[in-house]
Design a binder for this molecule. Structure first.
Ligand code: BTN
Length: 345
């Protein structure tokens, strides 16, 4: 481990000015054991300060192992986010469009931060990642919980020249892009649950939150938030399950050593490419893949909307991204709602 500030371009030099928990996290992100003494020496603080920082990391949900005589170690897969490493791996088509890429230790919500910024120029994107969100947001007003190092909290803004006609289906197209990225890195069995969930073995691996900032004239800017569980650890998986959402992460889904920076580069590559195509072709380049990955088709479901709930058989999605359900009253289509699968009777 290098001492802070000891190298001209070392990772640790970049953590100056950040809270000690962030700096301890950066030191531990190599996945190796480091003793309290070693960390204290490298960071120029006392051992008790390191102990307190480790406590803070645990409070934020990080899976931090402490073994007597060996020290602290972070859960596998906790590689620190590194803008340089992400940019190096971005495909050229995405490199041209990404005008800024930042990794923060903590923000309230990466979507909220980008929503508060001006629109990027047409056809370009600003990207923000955070190790930890103090007020991460999910769909339908839910909180999004993600521990430092254990997930990907990624938002990107994108300006369309004008509001695309099928904007309501954008989340479905992005779902296909996320799945393409994950499959490209070896994930098997990924499925999509309408409207915006990524599942593995019926459990939620990730979700997408799309927010629109349309101005009366000029471009429409969307903020696309992607949350992906990488290594949540058993206690947090169990905690999420108690809220009624069975969850999983990439480690439990069979990706043994996911590099978060490689994963982010792959996600951005596919999402930026997908946005360019969506603008001109709407759902057409995505619909077949979406249908092939549809986790609901053929199951009995209940859709809850603001005006009530409807039960029936899921029949897939139409070209506009609406969910099609066969009900005793006939075929019904939904453009928004919350779906639960009804147990087979
Ligand atoms: C959902 O399935 O409910 C959508 C979850 C979206 C979470 C991501 S994490 C990055 C971005 N920032 C947020 O506050 N939310 C999204």
């Amino acid at each position: 481990m290098r001492r802070e500030g000891g190298g001209s371009s070392g990772l640790h030099a970049k953590t100056h000015g950040q809270p000690l928990a962030a700096r301890v996290f950066a030191c531990l992100a190599d996945g190796e054991f480091h003793s309290g003494e070693e960390l204290a020496g490298a960071l120029g603080v006392s051992r008790s300060a390191v102990w307190k920082a480790a406590h803070t990391l645990r409070e934020l949900g990080a899976t931090l192992h402490a073994v007597p005589n060996r020290g602290y170690r972070l859960h596998a897969g906790s590689e620190a986010l590194d803008a340089r490493r992400i940019l190096e791996q971005l495909p050229p088509g995405a490199q041209e469009c990404v005008r800024s890429l930042e990794t923060a230790w903590t923000v309230d919500s990466t979507n909220s931060v980008l929503l508060a910024r001006p629109n990027p120029p047409f056809g370009t994107s600003e990207v923000l990642l955070a190790e930890y969100q103090s007020a991460g947001r999910g769909r339908r007003g839910r909180a999004w919980v993600a521990p430092p190092g254990g997930s990907i909290c990624l938002s990107l803004s994108w300006s369309f020249r004008e509001v695309p006609q099928e904007l309501g289906a954008l989340g479905l197209a992005i779902g296909v892009c996320v799945l393409r990225a994950l499959r490209g890195l070896g994930l098997e069995g990924g499925r999509l649950k309408w409207p915006n969930d990524i599942l593995v073995n019926g459990r939620k691996l990730g979700g997408i939150l799309i927010e629109l900032r349309a101005e009366s004239a000029g471009p429409a800017c969307v903020i696309i938030g992607i949350g992906l569980n990488v290594a949540l650890g058993e206690p947090l998986l169990a905690q999420i399950e108690r809220t009624g959402i069975p969850a999983t992460d990439l480690i439990a889904s069979g990706m043994t050593h996911p590099s978060r920076n490689t994963l982010v580069a792959a996600l951005l590559g596919h999402v930026v490419e997908g946005l360019k195509r969506f603008e001109n072709e709407a759902m057409r380049p995505f619909i077949e893949e979406w249908r092939a990955a549809d986790a609901l088709r053929g199951t009995q479901i209940e859709v809850r909307t603001l005006s009530g709930s409807v039960s029936g058989w899921a029949k897939g999605i139409d070209l506009h991204g609406a969910l099609v359900i066969e009900t005793p009253q006939g075929i019904q289509r939904f453009i928004s709602g919350e779906v639960t699968v009804r147990p087979a009777q």
